[in-house]
Write a protein that binds this ligand. Structure first.
Ligand code: NAP
Length: 284
């Protein structure tokens, strides 16, 4: 049994398979999720539960958070029974959610004042990579704290790289997700264009995926398009969040603006579906 006691907050599409890697690696894991129904799978694997973030942090040394957005982070830290309502001196809090560098800086300062460390550590990769422990993890924050938790991060991802001070991980993640948005819109538009000219989706994607522009993304999302499978691995509403966060810190390129317009227009109908459901919006 690994001796570090880990608290895990956030059991969404990513949080569940990521936390599972730590239980499989024989860490003692205590979980908390706002909606209790999502705790079942991890409980069955041996994780115990906490009723509040306050109760969770009291019983653990390293706390990992994987929730939706800045508002969720605000709630987890500053809510009535949030992390800051407990004594947190000596703890390391790792926020793996994709959030703004601004909220990371705010929480890092408040953690330091209370004798704790905060690392921003968002991830690249989706549910498939989370299920196999192959995420790519980008970190901002204190170097010694990073070195201390690196063995834990390496159970969740195939690599964990520290890029600089607090917020550096968030900035890198927003840059990567702006490329993700462009890939997604590009793939969707390409398929729709080919279809309009009489080429079948399967035939086009077979060519794309055997040619020079093939990558993991065109393979996974190509299969989803062919299967008409829009079950969310990465919900479309989250790419809208990320493009807006990137815009807020200065991303102002013509392609990024176009992608934001497209995904924002698609959100009302397809926000809860996978981001590749933008193809349905483009077809319409
Ligand atoms: P998700 O399935 O939508 O899950 C969101 C999680 O956040 C749930 O546990 C949810 O709790 C919790 N949450 C939301 N609002 C909250 C609030 N106000 N207070 C407390 N908890 C709250 O999201 P996900 O796909 O796992 O993604 C999590 C984060 O990772 C996001 O920042 C996303 O952008 C990023 N990310 C996702 C992917 C991906 O492929 N999915 C890849 C890389 C990074 P409930 O269960 O109670 O709703």
């Amino acid at each position: 049994m690994n001796t570090t006691k880990i608290g895990w907050i956030g059991l969404g599409n990513m949080g569940i398979p990521m936390a599972e890697q730590l239980v499989k690696a024989d860490y003692s894991v205590i979980i908390y999720n706002r909606s209790k129904d999502k705790e079942a799978a991890l409980k069955e694997m041996g994780a115990s539960t906490a009723e509040t973030p306050q109760e969770l942090i009291k019983a653990t040394e390293v706390i990992v958070i994987m929730v939706a957005d800045d508002a969720a982070i605000e709630q987890i830290f500053n809510g009535a029974e949030g992390l800051f309502s407990a004594e947190i001196s000596g703890k390391i809090i790792i926020n793996m959610s994709t959030v703004s560098p601004a909220i990371s800086k705010e929480m890092a300062i408040m953690c330091k004042k209370r004798g704790a460390e905060y690392l921003d550590a968002p991830v690249s990769g989706s549910v498939k990579q989370a299920e196999t422990g192959l995420l790519v993890i980008m970190v901002g924050g204190d170097e010694a704290a990073f070195e201390q938790v690196k063995p834990i991060l390496e159970k969740i991802g195939k690599m964990a790289v520290r890029l600089g001070d607090t917020g550096a991980g968030n900035v890198a993640k927003l840059a990567i997700n702006s490329l993700l948005a462009l890939y997604t819109q590009g793939l969707a538009e390409t398929v729709v264009f080919a279809n309009q000219q009489g080429i079948k989706t399967e035939d086009l994607l077979n060519l794309v995926n055997n040619g020079a522009i093939a990558n993991t993304f065109t393979k996974i999302k190509g299969d989803a398009i062919i299967a008409n499978n829009y079950k969310p691995a990465f919900a479309l509403k989250h790419i809208v969040k990320d493009l807006n966060l990137a815009k807020a810190i200065g991303l102002d390129s013509p392609l990024a603006k176009t992608a934001l317009n497209t995904f924002e227009a698609a959100t009302a109908k397809y926000g809860e579906e996978d981001l590749i459901s933008v193809i349905k919006h483009i077809k319409e």
